[in-house]
Design a protein around this ligand. Structure first.
Ligand code: NAD
Length: 364
């Protein structure tokens, strides 16, 4: 088939599941499977919507494609409280409902973790991001995505006129991704000057002792209890004077409402779709370089795909480093050469591989 006739790459399936007896809803989107069965996380949140899951599934298609993985993109959302005491029950019910949807391989996402993936695996024998005891590479514990962000920073910093050693970094969201990014970036000599969670922001222009900050978060549940810093509101994180800003919490946190206040020179998108399209274009015009989510935060899915292919932890870390560094360089070169904004450069590269694979499919 001539790929120029392909108008849309997905979504191929949008499924809404209702469980009246257990009293919860779920959404599954399989965006595209031209490169292989789709992999994508299961988000658990009270307000996850069909639209959000569709956008996240597309991000997975692009991420898996550009990362050279034999997988398409998908995503699921369970509309429930992630702290619900019946979590195991609704994960097991959800698993049975997707048992025959072989083109979707669930992974962890916000509100789900290795234990949840183990429940799914126990029910249907198909999930990634499993605990070590049952053959998994625990990507959150190992900090796969945070490690990938630090590798991305190594390549991207010079393009933004920054030296990574000594760069001041602000991180929104001190969960699995944010904490690991802080740890790996400080090992590379960066200085973490602000971090936030749902309780607020902690700032110290001289930088934190990361080990201390990590243990305060672990012990008290929030970064704001760290005594060696100033406490501010969640939103003030974006106003922090810094070189590198890492949104690592949730979707659409930088929008037209707050984009003008952003002071960073470089943004590495740790979360999925953390910046609206409009704000991303505005950042580009302001001269702030922003590395798109599916390039910068691909560490987790690369490790998940390595686990699925039965590779070792060492091979997974090597794959993350090689692929993220190569892709960051590729898209930033294309951005500067063609004078286009980074997401456009990244989408063109990612879509090319998907379209080439789709061209081999039977036309019905
Ligand atoms: P997590 O649940 O472990 O952590 C999220 C953190 O964000 C928590 O500390 C929470 O308190 C904080 N948060 C939520 N809303 C906030 C707000 N408004 N202001 C400040 N902090 C806020 O989740 P995670 O696994 O770290 O994932 C974070 C993001 O990264 C999500 O968008 C996820 O889809 C994306 N992501 C995760 C991975 C991964 O490997 N875990 C991979 C790729 C992308």
């Amino acid at each position: 088939m001539d790929k120029s006739v392909i108008k849309e790459i997905g979504p191929s399936k949008v499924i809404q599941l209702f469980f009246p007896v257990s009293n919860f809803h779920a959404i599954v989107v399989v965006d595209n499977t031209a490169l292989g069965p789709s992999i994508g996380g299961v988000r658990v949140s009270r307000d996850v919507s069909v639209e959000e899951v569709k956008r996240l599934a597309r991000t997975m298609t692009l991420k898996n494609s550009v990362s050279g993985l034999p997988h398409g993109g998908g995503k699921a959302g369970i509309i429930a409280d992630p702290r619900d005491t019946k979590k195991e029950h609704y994960f097991r019910v959800f698993s049975q409902a997707i048992k025959d949807l072989y083109e979707y391989i669930p992974g962890p996402d916000m509100g789900s973790n290795e234990e949840c993936m183990a429940w799914i695996y126990d029910e249907i024998g198909r999930s990634v991001g499993l605990p070590e005891e049952i053959g998994g590479l625990p990507l959150d514990k190992l900090g796969a995505t945070g490690f990938g962000l630090s590798e991305c920073a190594e390549i991207a910093c010079p393009y933004a006129g920054i030296e990574l050693k000594g760069a001041r970094v602000a991180i929104q969201g001190f969960g699995s991704v944010g904490r690991a990014a802080a740890r790996f970036l400080s090992e590379k000599g960066a200085i973490i000057v602000a971090a936030s969670d749902t309780k607020g922001t902690i700032c110290n222009p001289d930088g934190f002792d990361i080990k201390e900050l990590l243990s305060i978060k672990e012990e008290t549940g929030s970064v704001i209890h760290y005594k060696k810093g100033m406490v501010k509101t969640c939103e003030e994180l974006f106003l922090t004077p810094c070189d590198v800003l890492i949104p690592a919490a949730t979707a659409d946190v930088i929008s037209k409402e707050n984009v003008e206040g952003v002071k960073a020179k470089l943004i590495l998108q740790g979360a999925n779709i953390p910046i609206t399209r409009e704000a991303e274009e505005r950042l580009y015009k302001k001269g702030i370089l922003s590395v798109p989510d599916f390039i910068a935060n691909a560490g987790g899915v690369i490790m998940a795909a390595m686990e699925y292919a039965k590779k070792s932890e060492k091979e997974a870390f090597e794959a993350i480093s090689n692929r993220i560094k190569k892709n960051t360089k590729l898209i930033l070169e294309k951005t500067f050469k063609e004078n286009i904004f980074p997401r456009q450069a990244a989408e063109e590269l990612a879509k090319e591989r998907v379209l080439n694979a789709m061209a081999y499919k039977k036309v019905l």
